[in-house]
Design a protein around this ligand. Structure first.
Ligand code: SF4
Length: 428
């Protein structure tokens, strides 16, 4: 039977946006563990192979950086330990890292997530995490199709993901999230059906559903260039993704961001803070920070991170100007199903965004890609499939209206390298 959405729907067919997302849980703390046992075929992240002496030295430097942040009075509302594969840390490093986080930031936290891969998390690591205050574990499953898992270069099989989730239920992990990938070469709707059946069995509070992308330098990119694999066509990807999303909706999941869904109030508070352009500190090699109007990254290479012993060199430092901040707000807020509050925009920015983008908004609304109701501007379900081109158009409108906005655009839309996504936000 085809999945049918049971989400609340309006007469025009668009799902109602979630109405109860909390506003601004700043600041967040992102903790980066860059090690993986092997590289997945789609991954272009800066990851290091798991060599024990290096991992131990890295953990010591990371704990020192955490302690220095704690001594400086930094008080996060949420923590996200991501990577890489945090659960690949050996037992002592896992315990020491989580203990240091609990010691320095344990009080007043509203959410503490750790990322885990099915092959490296076990009951002992879960119990240690819970004992330190972790209340959410996010697992990278990607798919439950064995052919898909092998093509994506994953180190686990489908039954291991189910086993790990049974363990999480038995040790009492309060909230769980599952990462999935749609659109891999050869994926059929039957495989999406079996992924949906597995999600139903596991019943996580949160699902991240990413489209497979072929990033330069990855094994999949090389194989595609050589004609050794046959990627799905764009229409097939969109069909598979819609089928997936409808199936998740029929299980009660609500899409609150372009790639993220929750049930039982399980939205990721840490990531919501990024999408609301809140502040955050990143610790670990390559981690990004945005605090007091400044943005920077820690130098990514692990050896220099270890040598710095808790005081990493900052690279890519910048103070976003008003124009950049406005562009980022549009790009981030329109990823959320609740969209952008136009009244607040008028108040904060001193001009009407809907007037500046009038022509484009009318056109997108007529095409059913965008919904403009009162003071709320949001992307429709079909608009999410074309989000990038909608954003480019709106930002071009903004650039052309500098006489009204008063911004001095610092870069053109065809030369924009600014990616407001910090490390750990968009991952597969
Ligand atoms: S996708 Fe995740 S587990 Fe795979 S190599 Fe990249 S960071 Fe590591």
């Amino acid at each position: 039977m085809e999945p049918r959405s049971t989400n609340r729907r309006r007469p025009d067919g668009h799902a109602e946006p979630p109405l109860d997302l909390p506003e601004s849980l700043s600041p967040g703390l992102y903790v980066h563990v860059p090690f993986c046992r092997s590289r997945c075929t789609y991954c272009d992240f800066h990851v290091e192979s798991l060599r024990l002496p290096i991992v131990r030295e890295y953990s010591r430097a990371l704990i020192r950086e955490i302690e220095l942040a704690g001594e400086s009075g930094f008080t996060p509302s949420t923590i996200f330990v991501g990577g890489g594969t945090p659960s690949a840390l050996e037992e002592q490093c896992w315990d020491d890292l989580l203990a240091a986080l609990a010691r320095n930031f344990g009080s007043g936290l509203q959410e503490w997530t750790v990322e885990a891969n099915p092959e490296s998390i076990d009951e002992w690591k879960m119990e240690v995490a819970l004992s330190h205050g972790v209340d959410r574990i996010s697992t990278g499953a990607q798919t439950f199709d064995e052919k898909g898992l092998s093509l994506l270069g994953r180190r686990h099989d489908a039954s291991r993901v189910l086993e790990v989730h049974r363990m999480m239920a038995s040790v009492g992990v309060p909230r769980t999230s599952l990462d999935l990938i749609v659109g891999w070469p050869g994926q059929q709707l039957d495989s999406v059906r079996s992924d949906l059946a597995a999600v139903q069995e596991i019943d996580p509070d949160h699902v991240s559903l990413y489209h497979l992308s072929y990033e330069q330098g990855t094994w999949l990119h090389t194989m595609r260039s050589r004609g050794a694999i046959d990627p799905l066509h764009e229409e097939q990807c969109i069909e598979a993704s819609r089928f997936f999303l409808d199936g998740l909706a029929s299980q009660g999941y609500q899409r609150y961001e372009v790639s993220n869904l929750f049930k039982r109030g399980g939205a990721s508070l840490h990531n919501l803070n990024y999408w609301q352009r809140g502040t955050y500190l990143g610790v670990g090699s390559g981690a990004a920070s945005f605090l007091d109007g400044d943005r920077w990254k820690n130098r990514p290479d692990v050896s220099s991170y270890i040598r710095s012993f808790g005081r990493p060199e900052r690279v890519a430092e910048e103070t976003p100007d008003r124009f950049t901040a406005a562009v980022e707000s549009i790009m981030l807020r329109l990823r959320l199903a609740e969209g952008l509050d136009l009244a607040r925009w008028r108040r904060d920015e001193g001009y009407s965004l809907e007037q500046i983008c009038q022509g484009s908004l009318r056109q997108f609304a007529q095409q059913g890609l965008l919904i403009h109701e009162g003071d709320r501007l949001r992307i429709s379900d079909s608009g999410f499939d074309l989000l990038d081109s909608i954003l480019v158009t709106l930002i071009e409108d903004l650039e052309e209206a500098s006489d009204v906005t008063g911004y001095q655009p610092s870069c053109r839309s065809d030369d924009r390298s600014s990616n407001p996504s910090p490390a750990g936000l968009d991952r597969g």
